[in-house]
Design a protein around this ligand. Structure first.
Ligand code: ZN
Length: 468
């Protein structure tokens, strides 16, 4: 059996790994987009580095676009098989892929105007709305903890990893026909323990090989029980003392609902100032509705909360903004307010328009609550850059920049080690570290060796590895 790491090797985006069995059955684990790598991003995304028609199935760990976002291109370029995912992932990925197609179709118009000035040929969008429609026909859902036989020799089971709604580890079983069984688990992205909404990551079956994410392989989260109060203090300082606006860039999936739930709890405790809160994202509104339909997927304490408040994602003063004109109208409003908008890394979406209005005025605050790659606009702002390019223009960063780290959807290194503790370390032949910056992986490798795991490999891009 061969394993090839195609994406998310030197980065945390572009997840894609290929398994080829001895009988030439090809399985692609995820097919994600690269994000936040500047000009290189588009080039990387246009070259899949696999032969789509030679792949038999795709197993999708979760809906995040850096894991699912290049599936339409895979289908467009000749993939004919099924894409398996959990039922909630199916619903979420549909929204995210249509949104992604819109972004690509919009961006290409802008890129082509620039290319025309340089006498360069126009580019096609990476994929279109129609390509997404075709791609969605390939999706098949398999519930958590139900073993599914792909053929006589290969089966898989999804187990919950508590990262986002529908997220799963993929646990594969290979039988080579002579009674020899090989098990491989791909963790996808691992969530944290004791999340306010999601269930804890679930233990998974003993594996011979593990492809493990390592986004926070070098970090511990500041799991301060006071993070809600920290948020409240930032709201009070910005909106009450300075009479400014609090701008929160947030991923539409997960982080936005988490923030809304925290604000809802503060509201129910009469702690929230009487200001308007806007979730300015049609995508967030759609995903919030899907979350409302999947309440059974959430943890015990969240379910208990529901008995007191039937809608944890809605309350007085909170408005979801769908229409583009309503979004623009927010910037004419003089009163203090909170605006939550995508994207979390600030590289796309409506957040850019809000940043243009507020980033150069010290009265306002930009609150960063999620992971940002170093080169992304969010990464630059987070790292203290004083002048940044947004759309076509440069802006001085004078707004207050605040960060709350404890809202991560990823496990930190102690939580990943806890997640792996269900394994007999001596039986795990190799752990491959993916989805992390190089430094995070090197540090995490040392930690895993100290824990007693035998062999930790940091694979290079496109490296082919033979598994025994
Ligand atoms: Zn993810």
């Amino acid at each position: 059996m061969k394993l090839k790491f195609i994406g998310a090797t030197e980065t945390v985006t572009g997840s894609m790994h290929l398994i080829e069995t001895e009988n030439n059955f090809s399985i692609l684990l995820d097919c994600g987009l690269y994000q936040g790598l500047g000009q290189e991003t588009d080039i990387l995304n246009r070259h899949l580095n696999v032969n789509p028609s030679a792949i038999n199935v795709v197993l999708l760990s979760h809906a995040h676009i850096d894991h699912s976002g290049n599936l339409p291109l895979l289908v467009k370029q000749g993939f004919l098989g099924f894409i398996y995912c959990t039922p909630p992932t199916r619903k979420v990925v549909e929204l995210l892929l249509f949104d992604s197609a819109n972004i690509h179709e919009f961006d290409i118009e802008y890129i082509n105007k620039e290319r025309e000035l340089l006498n360069q040929k126009p580019l096609e969008p990476l994929y279109t709305y129609h390509d997404v429609e075709r791609c969605l026909k390939h999706l098949k859902t398999i519930p958590y903890n139900q073993e599914f036989q792909l053929n006589d020799q290969v089966s898989f089971t999804f187990t919950d990893v508590g990262h986002i709604l529908g997220s799963a580890a993929v646990n594969l079983k290979f039988n080579n026909g002579t009674g020899k069984l090989t098990r491989l688990t791909y963790t996808g992205d691992i969530g944290k323990y004791n999340d306010i909404i999601l269930k804890n990551p679930q233990p998974f079956p003993q594996a011979d090989y593990i492809i493990c994410e390592s986004t926070y392989g070098d970090r511990l989260h500041n799991n301060s029980p006071d993070s809600d109060l920290q948020l409240l203090n930032i709201i009070r300082k910005t909106c009450i003392e300075k009479k400014g606006k609090l701008i929160i860039p947030a991923f539409s999936l997960g982080r936005t609902q988490e923030l809304v739930f925290i604000l809802n709890k503060l509201k129910n405790k009469n702690m929230l100032p009487n200001i308007n809160i806007y979730v300015d994202s049609p995508l967030s509104a759609g995903i919030t509705n899907i979350m409302r339909e999947h309440i059974n997927c959430f943890n015990e304490s969240f379910n208990q909360y529901l008995s007191k408040d039937a809608d944890p994602f809605g309350f007085e003063n909170l408005k979801y903004i769908i229409d583009k004109e309503d979004s623009k109208a927010l910037n004419n409003q003089k009163e203090p307010c909170i605006i939550i908008a995508a994207s979390g890394m600030m590289d796309g979406g409506r957040i850019k328009h809000h940043l243009i209005h507020y980033i150069s005025d010290s009265k306002h605050t930009i609150l960063i609550v999620g992971y940002c790659t170093t080169n992304s606009l969010g990464g630059q702002i987070k790292n203290g850059k004083k002048n940044v390019k947004i759309l076509d223009e440069f802006y001085d960063v004078k707004a207050e920049i605040a960060t709350i780290d404890s809202y991560s959807a990823h496990a930190d290194y102690s939580e990943i080690i806890h997640f792996l503790s269900c394994q007999n370390k001596k039986k795990v032949k190799t752990i491959f570290l993916v989805h992390g910056d190089t430094n995070a992986k090197i540090i995490f490798k040392e930690k895993l060796i100290k824990e007693g795991f035998l062999d930790i490999v940091i694979p290079h891009k496109n490296k082919l590895i033979h598994l025994s």
